[in-house]
Ligand binder design. Structure first.
Ligand code: ATP
Length: 205
């Protein structure tokens, strides 16, 4: 049985950065964002449904422009729910399908909306990524060149920090440099490797 470690956290808290560090240590990473990008690739059923819903103005060179799409969904709850209901069941289905093919005892599952979508019962362990709001806003503006107001709006829609902390088993407070992230990831990797081995061992007795 796969020991699933979910990696969650608000926008720009460093989920991709941290999951890349786990990957470098040889850990299998299943990223729901990567699956979503695959599901909405040009010509797919979901791509057609999304274009039908929002019109061709969301296309750029026949590819969905994620920035425009993000604007559409974060300015309307109805649009956001429509897209989430369309995408999420498939993303979770694909995630578990991918996990069933893994040979390792544990994996990292990157799920930004784990808490919001009440998926916490599907996993063994939850890592919450967090950083100061100031850093979060600064990093997203720098990465995506969007406005401060837009980032604030997205943060407001996502589950509150307080709620996320209730569900978390492990916290990575990503407020320092990448070396600090590497150290924290290394410690957690050793811990999950130990725990996942132990669980399988007990089950085999
Ligand atoms: P999203 O929720 O939008 O998918 P994310 O949680 O995956 O974002 P990242 O993309 O990993 O976050 O990080 C956001 C930005 O902050 C990136 O440009 C990344 O390079 C930068 N970043 C993350 N962690 C650090 C750090 N410790 N020091 C400096 N920059 C960082």
């Amino acid at each position: 049985m796969m020991y699933i470690v979910a990696l969650t956290g608000g926008i720009g808290t460093g989920k991709t950065t941290v999951s890349n560090e786990f990957k470098k240590l040889g850990v299998d990473v299943i990223d729901t964002d990567v699956i979503a990008k695959y599901l909405i690739k040009p010509g797919s059923n979901l791509f057609k449904k999304i274009v039908k819903k929002f019109g061709k103005s969301i296309l750029e060179n026949n590819i969905l422009n994620r920035k425009i799409l993000r604007k559409k969904i974060f300015s309307s709850k109805q649009n956001r729910m429509w897209l989430e209901n369309l995408l999420h069941p498939l993303i979770y289905y694909e995630s578990f399908k991918l996990m069933s093919h893994l040979k390792s005892k544990w994996c990292i599952w990157v799920v930004p909306l784990l808490i919001e979508k009440k998926m916490f019962n599907k996993v063994n362990r939850i890592i919450l990524l967090d950083c100061s709001i100031k850093n979060q806003i600064y990093r997203v503006i720098k990465r995506d060149s969007i406005t401060k107001q837009e980032v604030k709006k997205i943060i407001k829609i996502q589950a509150s920090k307080k709620k996320k902390y209730i569900f978390a088993h492990d916290i990575i407070y990503n407020n320092s440099d990448l070396n600090d992230v590497k150290k924290k990831v290394y410690i957690l990797k050793n811990f999950y490797t130990y725990v996942s081995k132990n669980i399988v061992h007990k089950k085999n007795i």
